[in-house]
Every structure is written in C-alpha cells, then in structure tokens.
Design a protein around this ligand. Structure first.
Ligand code: PLP
Length: 415
C-alpha cells in the first residue's frame, strides 16, 4: 500500500489543509466530522469565503459598466478570475472561458447554441452509459425538438467505457460527442484523450464534462484535444452558482447566444441586435460577480497545493478505503475500473443506502446515498441506489476509519 500522501521536507501532507476549512472544525454529533461527500459539493477554505466577503465589503459594484473606481476594481477582479480559470485548464486564450452557473448550464449552452442549430432528423449525439443526468437530459431535449437520436456507448461490468464500442458508434450521422471526464457515480476516470482522438478522426466535435475531473487532477484542454470543457466551481472548493465553460475560440465565435439580455450585445435596435464577441456573448445579464472572483481564489488555492499532489493523496486514500471496505462482509463496491478518482459507490446486503446514510450521519460521517443523478448507471448495475463516499483534499485515513467503524455499527443495528 502506498503512503497516504507524499511528504517532502518542506511540505505538510495534503490532508493538513483540513485546517483551512472552518466547517470541518465543527463537530458532528459530538464527533469530528468525516466529510465524505465532496463529489456532491466540496467544502470551502477560509481564503475562498474571505475572497467573496472581501469583494462585498471592499470593492463590490457591477462590472464592465461603471466608470467609477469600484466598478473598475470589480471588473479587474472578475476578469482576473477568468484568466486564472484559463490557466487552470491551460486554455490558449482567456477569451475562451465563459462564466456560467455550473456544469449543467454549460452543457445546456453548448447543446442549444452549438449543437442544436446543426441537427437534422436522424442525426446522432453520442454519450456514454455513465453520464450524470445533466449530460443526458439536455441532449434528449434537443433530440426531441429536432428528430435527432441519442446514442449511448454502454458501460462494462467493471464500470468502464469500451473504447472499441465507443469508436464503433461514431458514425456518419454523429454530430457531437459529450463525455464525462470522471463518473460521479462510479469514480471511473474515462480515457477521454483516446475518446476525443477517435471523435476527431470521425470529424465529430466533443465536450468533456469535467465536473468530477477538475477537482482531482491537472487538466490540459490543449493536450486533451476536446472542443469544449466545463466544470462547476462548487466542486472545486469554490462557491456554488458559478462555473466555467471553455470552448475553442473559432467555435465560440460562430455560436448563437444562449440567452439574450444586457452585456452580451454590441448594439441593439428594435429591428436587430448585434452580439458581443465571446465570452461576453455567453454572459447575458449581471453575472455572479463575487462568486466568480471567489472561484478565482479557489483556483489559486488548489494550484498552490498542487493538483498532482491532491490527486496522489486521493489515490492513496482510495486504495486504503477500497481495501478496508472490501473486507466488510456483504459489502459490494459498484464500479471497479482500473482508473478511478476518489469516489467509491457501494451497497450492503439487506440494508437500504438511505438507512446506511442516516446511521453514518449519527456517527459523524457524511456520505451521499441515492442514485447520484445517474439513474441509468443504477439500472445498469441493478441497484436502486448506492452509498457513495468521495474524497477531497482534506480527507485522511481517519475519515476512512470513521466510515468503516460506522458501517460496522450499521451491520450491528441491522443484525
Ligand atoms: N456532471 C457530473 C459528472 C457531476 O458529478 C455533476 C454534479 O454532481 C454535474 C455534471 C452537474 O453539476 P452542477 O449541478 O454543478 O451543474
């Protein structure tokens, strides 16, 4: 077993950053909180909370409009956050990053502004069988409107994409492929670079849903070769209600706006409106200004620790947790891919996941129990729901031990 985290002479272990998160100092039912639900939403470090508060306390004003100093300062901070997100993704140009509400909005934006206008009846959109609902339903909606078809590359028994199957489904009618970087329900890290390369060979543009990718690994959109990449700020230790969509500039430039309103136009008359260039074209109305600024702070925070270090730390925890959970009689892990992020879904014989979640909560262990907005994955594995433990940079072996001990309590309780 690898050590929990690589420790050098000068670096504290990654999990020592737990102290940066005020909420984690609060006991839960008289115990230290073992927060194992970061895949749903991560907790926030003090620097992110402070950055948002500082904006409101010290320099808040609407952006891109005011000639006065406060507005200029807010605008600079907001645009600075855009540059940080571009650097995080290694985007060639910060104008390729649009702030959105989150992954869900980003996918809907691409569906409506890029894909839908091209669709003819009989065209196809390709996804995988392990997508989150937000990478299924937007495509279903535009398929319904246009007569296009949603094609699904199924998940294998181990919870992986079959690359050959995926390749085989890229046909002459495929207009777009949209794939999860990491499955939120199974933890599988998809071979997205290979999938994107296959799609490019077939001349099919791609979107990567990076909601569960960005928090766990360094992402380089240029190396991946995708056309769009999106993520949610709240899973990256940033605020909720803000996220980012990256897209190739030449594609963004040709796209219709997703929403109309202020800030996204160049000139408006009653006859016609002329749209602003990207990214403003996709940021209609007053955005989540303080949220975007705090997301920029979250990006600095994770980059300061190092996404490789965070990823290695979570991998070690995943290995430790897998070993300990597998030793529990009657427990079955759902999703046994070779490459997984720090997400473990499991079921326990004879006990409903919701009951497990409730008892774990009493023991100070926070996990998610349910279908994880991935009902087709539950159907694929023949379970109504799972319990999901997911790791963030602040987790340690103690959290895993607390989970395992609490699961033994569950077993005692249910005999
Ligand atoms: N995609 C994946 C893989 C997710 O895990 C999630 C959230 O859990 C989403 C998309 C949707 O993210 P949001 O609700 O922040 O828009």
């Amino acid at each position: 077993m690898s050590t929990v985290e690589p420790v050098t002479e000068h670096q504290a272990p990654v999990s020592a950053h737990r102290e940066d998160f005020p909420i984690l100092a609060r006991p839960m039912n008289g115990r230290p909180l073992a927060f194992l639900d970061s895949a749903a939403s991560a907790q926030k470090p003090a620097c992110v909370i402070d950055a948002e508060a500082r904006c409101y306390r010290e320099y808040y004003a609407n952006i891109h409009r005011g000639v006065y100093q406060l507005s200029q300062r807010s605008t600079d901070a907001y645009e600075g956050a855009r540059k940080r997100v571009a650097e995080l993704l290694n985007a060639p140009d910060h104008r390729e990053v649009a702030f959105v509400r989150g992954t869900t909005e980003a996918i809907n934006l691409v569906a409506h502004s890029f894909v839908r206008p091209q669709l003819q009846p009989g065209d196809e959109i390709l996804i995988t069988g392990m997508e989150h609902h937000s990478n299924i339903v937007p495509w279903q909606l535009i398929c319904e409107e246009t007569g296009a078809k949603l094609v699904v590359s199924p998940v294998t028994d181990t919870g992986e994409v079959d690359l050959e199957d995926f390749r085989g489904r890229l046909g002459p009618r495929t207009r777009f492929a949209s794939i999860a970087h990491v499955s939120n329900a199974l933890g599988t890290i998809n071979p997205v670079a290979e999938m994107i390369a296959a799609a490019r060979e077939a001349d099919v543009p791609t979107l990567v849903d990076g909601a569960q990718g960005v928090p766990h690994m360094a992402v380089d959109v240029q190396a991946l070769g995708c056309d769009f990449y999106c993520f949610s700020g709240h899973k990256l230790y940033g605020p909720s209600g803000v996220g980012a969509l990256w897209g190739r500039f030449e594609l963004l430039r040709g796209m219709r706006p997703y929403q109309g309103g202020g800030e996204m136009i160049r000139y408006v008359t009653f006859e016609k409106s002329d749209f602003a260039p990207p990214p403003q074209r996709f940021e209609a109305g007053t955005p989540n200004i303080a949220g975007a600024i705090a997301l920029g702070e979250a990006v600095d925070y994770v980059r300061g620790i190092g996404l490789e270090r965070i990823g290695a730390h979570e991998q070690a925890l995943l290995a430790y947790a897998t070993e300990r959970l597998e030793a529990i009689e009657g427990l079955r892990i759902i999703g046994n891919a070779t490459h997984k992020a720090g997400v473990i879904s499991f079921v326990l014989d004879g006990v409903h996941p919701h009951d497990i979640g409730t008892i774990l909560d009493q023991e100070g262990v926070a996990v998610r129990a349910g279908h994880h907005c991935a009902q087709p994955v539950m159907d694929r594995f023949g379970v109504p729901a799972t319990v999901r433990a997911s790791f963030g940079l602040y987790n340690s072996r103690e959290d895993v031990d607390a989970l395992v001990n609490a699961l033994h309590r569950v077993k005692e309780f249910f005999g």
